[in-house]
Design a protein. Structure first.
Length: 197
């Protein structure tokens, strides 16, 4: 569901439905321009290549939360729960990643991701120096910038068209949903009905 009228059927849906068991709302929006969806997939793969998958998810969740994207926040919280953390650990990370038992380098990466998401132009050479001090090479730092800026694009896209989080995310633990800011209303179109699907 979104503000936009989206295709009832699309080859994109048939390609993704078997793997997921449903058609995500973001895919319904991107079905308006399938070539953009394919370009997005290629860009995402390029950004993730060579980056530690757990760190990618941590900085992406951080960016999504800073950007106020419930949809992206839920999706990446779900990825972290599925692959890396249990409910208690993830809630601790979202409550205060400085006091959640993470390695200092991951704390620094999340701090940096938050700064980039909030104000890319405000990043200073000192911010980069902090990450270097934690042993990150410039290529590693650039990976974080890429991941966060990718999230700025996609979160902005979903927010601008009013894309509603997929119902599957209701199954996440209540504490995780709450930490992302997902109320029951987040799963329905409360911001206006433009006849989208």
């Amino acid at each position: 569901m979104s503000y936009l009228s989206t295709p009832g059927e699309s080859p994109l849906y048939e390609a993704e439905r078997p793997a997921l068991g449903y058609v995500p709302n973001y895919l319904r929006v991107l079905a308006l321009r399938p070539e953009v969806y394919h370009a997005w997939l290629r860009l995402g793969e390029a950004v993730r290549a060579g980056m530690d998958p757990r760190r990618y998810e941590l900085v992406t969740l951080t960016a999504a939360r800073r950007l106020g994207s419930t949809y992206c926040g839920l999706a990446h919280a779900a990825a972290l729960l599925e692959r890396f953390y249990d409910d208690v650990a993830l809630r601790a990370i979202m409550a205060d990643h400085h006091d959640a038992g993470l390695a200092p380098v991951d704390v620094a990466a999340m701090d940096f991701a938050d700064r980039v998401a909030a104000d890319p132009a405000g990043v200073t050479e000192g911010d980069i120096a902090v990450l270097r001090g934690h042993g990150l090479a410039d290529a590693d730092i650039f990976q974080i910038v890429l991941a966060v800026c990718l999230r700025r694009f996609f979160s902005g896209l979903l927010s601008a068209v009013g894309a509603v989080p997929d119902p599957v995310f209701r199954e996440l633990p209540p504490g995780v949903r709450a930490a992302v800011g997902a109320t029951d209303e987040a799963f329905s179109r409360q911001r206006g009905d433009a006849g989208g699907s």
